[in-house]
Ligand binder design. Structure first.
Ligand code: GLN
Length: 467
């Protein structure tokens, strides 16, 4: 089983490479890069840690599997000693007062953060163009978008500037950029990894997750970050996923579902439709049972997701008014000061979402929009519960279309929102779902019932073998 982490670990233990050289190599590559993938490069911070790892090795002490492994952090996680900007002017010089639980667990395991990574501001976007640090460029084609919102994290991994990166996924922000840059990206079951220290976008669907070139590295990093955290009441205790989950395939007769309306639609690119059907045919030939399923229209999923996500982000970002966090502009009155601070330091897309969210929540509209979206969400979740009584896994495209050129999304937010059609439903259901860089141009999305991450690994490995 391929694992970059494992192979670097062996090289460190065998003294074939020093940790300082490994980390310096990544830092130099990050600095020389023109992909706009990193907001801050953590030079001294990372080199100090690398020297400590080398000292341990020199003394003959044992080092853990993740010790000395360089990784990237989406710039929406707090990491004490670094700025956490959320790719906004608001927080450009905001010093992290503490470290997010998920990142702390990686630090405790000895992994070394080398960059805070560019993303759509506060997670608002699907292309990593909604950022004050310049649009992130796709790792495979610089004229195209990186995807978003965790675009910088995906590009750094795809270019090998980081061994793995930690993204955040509210409605597809790990899976979609992973697909656009042809690597693996996992959104775990909601609550499997603590959100403490992740800047909240839509708290009810926000998830922490790993991005990596190899499936086994996704597993290693997931196991390290998972678990109950008293600082996030939605977390639950979970068992580590064994290596066998990755190396075993799927038993004959495994029931693989797909949503007919996701595939039999004009909205799906014809070449990608064919790639998806070819994949199903191969799986059938391998003895899998393919089960067509009915589902909600993609438009309903997108509308439900955006009504709730905007409402939640409007509430979450109300705390940014110039008083406690980031910049403060003065006005004639306190109220005007708030207003100037917020209008000058949020991007246009973030302002659109705050205005939309407050509208959704306002008196007279909330019953019609917010409560309706909550009711629909309950129906969507129930639908998933029923589907997973009949199938083991659900496969779908990650996106309806190939990777867009830089510049197009900004002109038309509606088209951008619709590009999330295949990812947002699974977020509303809190399900574990993985992008594998296989079969389709922007990857295939593998989804299982809650807490069934192990099945995603077996399926991805199987697909890799048979496609
Ligand atoms: N593109 C989606 C949005 O803008 C998802 C973003 C995310 O997962 N953070 O809401």
């Amino acid at each position: 089983m391929g694992s970059v982490i494992e192979s670097l670990h062996q090289q460190l233990v065998n003294k074939e490479i020093s940790c300082e050289a490994l980390v310096k190599g990544k830092l130099d590559a990050l600095k020389a890069s023109d992909y706009n993938a990193s907001n801050y490069i953590l030079d001294d911070y990372a080199l100090d840690l690398a020297k400590k790892v080398d000292a341990k090795i020199a003394k003959g002490e044992r080092i853990g599997l993740l010790e000395g492994i360089p990784f990237g952090v989406k710039d929406v996680y707090l990491l004490q000693g670094t700025y956490s900007s959320a790719s906004s002017d608001f927080l450009r010089k905001y010093n992290s007062p503490y470290t997010a639980t998920a990142i702390q667990k990686l630090l405790d395991a000895g992994a070394i953060p080398v960059a805070k990574e560019n993303c759509d501001s506060f997670g608002h976007g699907s292309s990593s163009e909604n950022t004050v640090f310049g649009p992130v460029k796709n790792a495979l084609d610089k004229g195209k978008v990186a995807g978003g919102s965790s675009g910088g994290s995906a590009v750094n991994v795809a270019k090998d500037f980081t061994t793995f990166s930690i993204g955040g996924d509210t409605g597809g922000s790990i899976r979609q950029p992973a697909g656009y840059n042809a690597i693996y990206g996992l959104k775990p079951t909601y609550g499997k990894i603590s959100r403490f220290g992740l800047m909240a976008y839509a708290s009810s669907t926000d998830c922490v997750g790993p991005i990596a070139q190899e499936l086994d590295d996704i597993r290693i990093v997931l196991n390290t970050m998972s678990g109950k955290d008293v600082k996030d009441q939605t977390t639950f205790a979970s068992e580590a996923i064994a290596e066998e989950a990755v190396s075993t395939g799927l038993a004959k007769g495994t029931k693989i579902g797909y949503y007919k309306n996701f595939i039999e639609t004009e909205a799906l690119d014809p070449a990608m439709k064919k790639q998806f059907k070819d994949m199903l045919a191969k799986l059938e030939a391998e003895g899998m049972e393919i089960v067509p399923l009915d589902f909600f229209d993609a438009d309903i999923l997108v509308a439900t997701y955006y009504a709730l996500a905007m409402a939640e982000t409007a509430s979450n970002l109300a705390r940014l008014d110039g008083t406690n966090y980031g910049v403060r502009e003065e006005g004639e009155s306190l109220k005007e000061g708030y207003s100037v601070t917020r209008s000058e330091n949020f991007t246009a897309e973030t302002q659109r979402r705050i205005v939309g969210g407050n509208q959704v929540l306002s008196q007279g509209h909330s019953e019609e929009i917010y409560n309706k979206a909550l009711a629909l969400r309950a129906q969507i979740s129930h639908h998933f519960d029923e589907d997973f009584k009949n199938v083991d896994l659900i496969l779908s495209p990650v996106t309806p279309n190939p990777v867009p050129e830089i510049g197009n999304n900004l002109k038309d937010p509606m088209t951008m929102y619709l590009s999330d059609a295949y990812t947002v439903g699974f977020s509303l259901g809190g399900l574990p779902t993985l992008t594998a860089p296989l079969a389709l141009e922007t990857g295939v999305q593998i989804t299982a019932a809650k807490r069934q991450e192990a099945k995603l690994f077996s399926c991805a490995n199987f697909l890799k073998q048979v496609l």
